[in-house]
Every structure is written in structure tokens, then in C-alpha cells.
Design a protein around this ligand. Structure first.
Ligand SMILES: *[C@@H]1O[C@H](CO)[C@@H](O)[C@H](O)[C@H]1NC(C)=O
Ligand SMILES: *[C@@H]1O[C@H](CO)[C@@H](O)[C@H](O)[C@H]1NC(C)=O
Length: 504
């Protein structure tokens, strides 16, 4: 009897456990890798609430972040915001089933939020500072109904503190880790945004780019990143490097998600004058309409051939050749063996010369408008680091870039010459190549340096994984305001290849 009785129990219990595990696993499985559209549909069909979604991500952060360190702070009000979104959806408030309503987003820690969170660019020097208002893009996100889940870690000061510090390191949260291979470079400076999005610790995220800071971590963590035309998204309330190059953009798992986020954040903000000029680029009806399966049809793509010379890694070269074939099959015309003129500028130090002086001016003006702050100038930041060598690893990494910037004195003869050369490269090199060949986009594995100096846009799409499991991507870049075309190309390529897979 005992035997008969115990047998079914013995049998049912593991079955029940398996069932429970599989149902929780299937919910988390359906959330893992879910797109904004998937999530909106689940909200609409009442299969998911924003509270459940935020709890899922908070739990993933609790589990994974101690290893990955992609998140620097979690918003104590995230669940409150989720409940508000759920109530609005239930009451069918207009706009509660569109845009980013009820979708959790992570912000790079140089993007100001006027809430319980700190905005510090990863540095203890800014801990406890109080910002006057939300950054322009954050105000737009809140209007679009997004839930601010937290702040992402980054290469400290967007990697304009030390040339010795590794990508992904900041004083406040230490070393960010590439989830695909813990010993690989996560790249930066928007490292935490990429790590966290790739590892499904959040739905979507924002990064900032001055020269490669969105495209490179997107490339290295198998996500889609858009570096928008400078001025398309407001930089007001963003801890700056240089207004000439800085831009805020989406870092997401899919091109569609990136288009949704761009729709939410692009547009006029009188606190950033550059948005007035750039708002002419924003298409009526937004960016979603360019998510076209046949988006590659008839597109003229220029191949920057020298960038695809992977002499030591024939497998990589082969993968890109395969992608070229796919681009052609999808209807694109490839113009091969192109080179940009005045390439010497790329390896010159003109960018550093100009940026050092601009950084000092822009950072001092950011620090000045804070309501409260332990530091009010670049000079104060340097002094703070010297007073806190252990917190900020000053002995290991120093602060050479801050010191060089502090030594500048506005835009003088040297800076003007540097700026002229950067412009010459951009207009007579990059732009001329695109116009003369009537290109829709240039293609390179990583194109960020080419498009940095004069505010051009670019997009990264996952392209493969190397022998160590480390992701790599492919970049498409065009003229100012070419985001619609870039989204068409990227979406069509993404749908034809579907390279992205989660790290675990
Ligand atoms: C912001 O920093 C303060 C320390 O100054 C800390 O007590 C607080 O927890 C931080 N906020 C969040 C949301 O982590
Ligand atoms: C991670 O990369 C290292 C090389 O940096 C390699 O030795 C190792 O096998 C890789 N790990 C995995 C899991 O592929």
C-alpha cells in the first residue's frame, strides 16, 4: 500500500515541478528577446502587465548584474510607473497602447533624470549632484509613456577621462562585462546600455555617441544601435563631450525597436538649438514606416573595402562576403573598392585637439547649471579625483584626458586649424564619396570614426560571432538626415539574416 501510494506521489511531484518550471520558463522565455511590438501585443491581449514586465527585468538585474555590471542604478519608482501604465491601459487612456507606453527603458548614466536617481557619468565626483530638469530626451520618453527602469553603466565620463582605462570601466560600478564572453571587450562608452539590452535586463536602452560610443558597443554585444544625425535628438541635460559631435540614440535588440525608440526621442527641444535645424530631417509619420522587408531593393551601397581586410581571420572576411551576397540578393547594388579621400585626418590628432577645448567649455557649462553639485568645473573634477585616488583608481588609470582638456583655453589658432581639417575630411572626403557615387549608404564593419566629426548618422546590425563567441556587426552610414534610408537598409538586412541571438 505504501508502495502503491508513494509511487504516484513520487511520479506526480517531479511532473508538477517540471510543469511549474516550464510555465515560469515559458513566461520568461516569451519576455526574453521580446520586441516592443511583442510586448504591446501582450499588453493589449491582457497576457502581460507592465508590473509583471518590470518585475521580470528587476529579477534579471538582481541575478545577472552582479556579474555583468551593466546597470549602475535601478529606479526606485519603476514599479510605481508600471502600475500607472497598467491603470492607464485599463482605463483606455488615449496613447496607452502605442509608442513606448509601459515599456521599460534604461538610460546611460550621462543622461539626466529629475527623479530619485543620480546622473554621474559613472564618476563619484557627480554623486549627489542635483540636475535642474529631465534631459530633453527623457522628457520625450516620459511623454511617450516609457518606464525609466534605471541608469546604465558606461566608460567613465563617456571615456573622456583616461586613455588608459579600459572600455566599460567606471568608478561607481567597476568593470562592465561582455555577456557573450566574459573576457571580451564590451566596448564603450555606452557599454552598460549594450550589455544590459543584450542580456535581456531591459527592453530597450539609450546611449550617447561622440565617436563610436553607440555603434561600437552595439557591434560588440550583438544589438542594433542607431547613431542619429547630430541635433536629431536633444542633448540638453546630457553630460557633454562636445556639442559638435555628441548625439543620443537607441540601443535595442532589433531595428524595429530602435525605430520605435527613435520616434519617441527625436525632435525639437528649444534647450538644444541644434534640434531646430535638424528637425527638418524628421519624416512625417515617423520612422516606423521604413521597416520594410524590401528596404534593400535598389539601394546603392558603397563598400569601404580596406575595412574588410581581416588578414588574420579569414572566417570573418568570409562571413562579410556572405553578407554582401545577401545584400545583392535583396536587391542592393554594391559599389566596391571605395576609399574616402583625406583619410590621414582619421589617424591625425585633430579630433582630440578640437574636442579637448570644446569639452572644457561644454562640461563647465553643464556643471554650472546644476542645482547642487560637489564639482562646478573640470578643475574641480580633477581635484576630486586627486582627493579620492582609490575610489577613482587614479593610480592605475590617471586622468590624462581631463588634464589635457583643462590645459586648453577656448578655441584658438590650433583648434581652428584642427576644426578646418575635420570639416575638409567630412565634406571633401566622406560626403563627396557618397554624392559622387550616388550612394544611399557606405558599408564597413565599424564606421563610427568616419562619421564622427560632422554629425552624420549610422546604424549597427548584428553580423556574426567569432571563434570565441564574441559578436561582431555591420554598419551602414549616410548623409545627414538619412535615417529613413538607413532604417530601410538595416531592417531588410536584419530580416534576411537574423543573426542576433541572446548570450544565454
Ligand atoms: C543616489 O546616490 C545617493 C548617494 O549620494 C544614494 O544614497 C542613492 O541611493 C542613489 N540613488 C539611487 C536611486 O540609487
Ligand atoms: C572567450 O575568449 C577567450 C579569448 O579571449 C577564449 O580563450 C575563450 O575560449 C572564449 N570563451 C568562450 C566561452 O568562447
Amino acid at each position: 500500500m505504501a508502495k502503491n501510494f508513494s509511487y504516484p506521489i513520487f511520479c506526480v511531484f517531479p511532473l508538477l515541478l517540471l510543469f511549474l518550471l516550464s510555465t515560469t520558463a515559458s513566461r520568461s522565455h516569451s519576455i526574453r528577446e521580446a520586441t516592443v511590438q511583442d510586448l504591446q501585443l501582450a499588453f493589449e491581449q491582457k497576457r502581460l502587465t507592465s508590473r509583471q514586465l518590470v518585475k521580470f527585468y528587476l529579477n534579471e538585474i538582481r541575478k545577472l548584474n552582479p556579474y555583468l555590471r551593466g546597470v549602475i542604478e535601478v529606479n526606485p519608482d519603476a514599479l510605481y510607473q508600471a502600475d500607472k501604465a497598467d491603470r492607464e491601459r485599463k482605463a483606455k487612456v488615449p496613447g496607452s497602447l502605442v509608442g513606448l507606453h509601459g515599456i521599460p527603458i534604461l538610460l546611460k548614466d550621462n543622461i539626466a533624470t529629475k527623479d530619485k536617481m543620480n546622473t554621474t557619468a559613472g564618476s563619484y565626483a557627480l554623486l549627489g549632484s542635483i540636475v535642474p530638469r529631465d534631459a530633453g530626451v527623457v522628457a520625450k520618453l516620459r511623454r511617450a509613456g516609457a518606464i525609466i527602469l534605471g541608469k546604465a553603466s558606461l566608460s567613465e565620463w563617456a571615456h573622456w577621462r583616461s586613455s588608459k582605462a579600459p572600455s566599460g570601466w567606471c568608478g561607481r560600478s567597476g568593470y562592465g562585462v561582455n555577456p557573450y564572453n566574459f573576457s571580451a571587450d564590451p566596448c564603450g562608452s555606452s557599454s552598460g546600455s549594450a550589455i544590459s539590452t543584450a542580456a535581456n535586463m531591459v527592453a530597450v536602452s539609450l546611449g550617447t555617441e561622440t565617436d563610436g560610443s553607440i555603434l561600437c558597443p552595439s557591434f560588440g554585444n550583438s544589438i542594433v544601435g542607431i547613431k542619429p544625425t547630430v541635433g536629431l535628438t536633444s542633448r540638453a541635460g546630457v553630460i557633454p563631450i562636445t556639442p559638435r559631435q555628441d548625439t543620443v540614440g537607441p540601443m535595442c535588440r532589433t531595428v524595429a525597436d530602435a525605430a520605435y525608440v527613435l520616434d519617441a526621442i527625436a525632435g525639437l527641444d528649444y534647450s538644444d538649438k541644434a534640434t531646430i535645424e535638424a528637425s527638418k530631417y524628421i519624416p512625417r509619420g515617423g520612422y516606423k514606416q521604413f521597416l520594410k522587408l524590401d528596404g534593400l531593393k535598389g539601394k546603392r551601397l558603397g563598400i569601404l573595402r580596406s575595412q574588410f581586410a581581416f588578414n588574420g581571420e579569414p572566417a570573418l572576411a568570409k562571413t562579410y562576403e556572405h553578407h554582401f551576397k545577401t545584400l545583392r540578393q535583396q536587391g542592393a547594388v554594391l559599389i566596391d573598392n571605395l576609399e574616402v579621400e583625406h583619410q590621414d585626418v582619421l589617424s591625425s590628432n585633430y579630433e582630440t585637439i578640437a574636442t579637448n577645448a570644446e569639452f572644457k567649455l561644454a562640461l563647465n557649462s553643464y556643471l554650472n547649471q546644476l542645482v547642487k553639485s560637489p564639482v562646478r568645473s573640470l578643475k574641480d573634477v580633477i581635484a576630486f579625483n586627486n582627493r579620492n585616488p582609490d575610489l577613482e583608481k587614479v593610480k592605475e588609470y590617471g586622468q590624462d584626458l581631463l588634464l589635457e582638456a583643462e590645459a586648453t583655453n577656448g578655441i584658438g589658432e590650433k583648434e581652428r586649424k584642427a576644426l578646418l581639417n575635420l570639416e575638409k575630411y567630412s565634406k571633401d572626403g566622406y560626403e563627396k564619396l557618397i554624392r559622387n557615387n550616388k550612394l544611399d549608404a557606405l558599408v564597413a564593419p565599424l564606421i563610427s570614426h568616419y562619421i564622427a566629426y560632422n554629425g552624420y548618422p549610422g546604424i549597427n546590425v548584428p553580423a556574426g560571432y567569432d571563434k570565441d563567441g564574441v559578436p561582431f556587426g555591420i554598419n551602414f552610414a549616410g548623409l545627414k538626415g538619412s535615417e529613413p534610408t538607413l532604417i530601410e537598409i538595416a531592417y531588410s538586412f536584419e530580416q534576411a539574416t537574423k543573426v542576433r541571438r541572446p548570450p544565454f
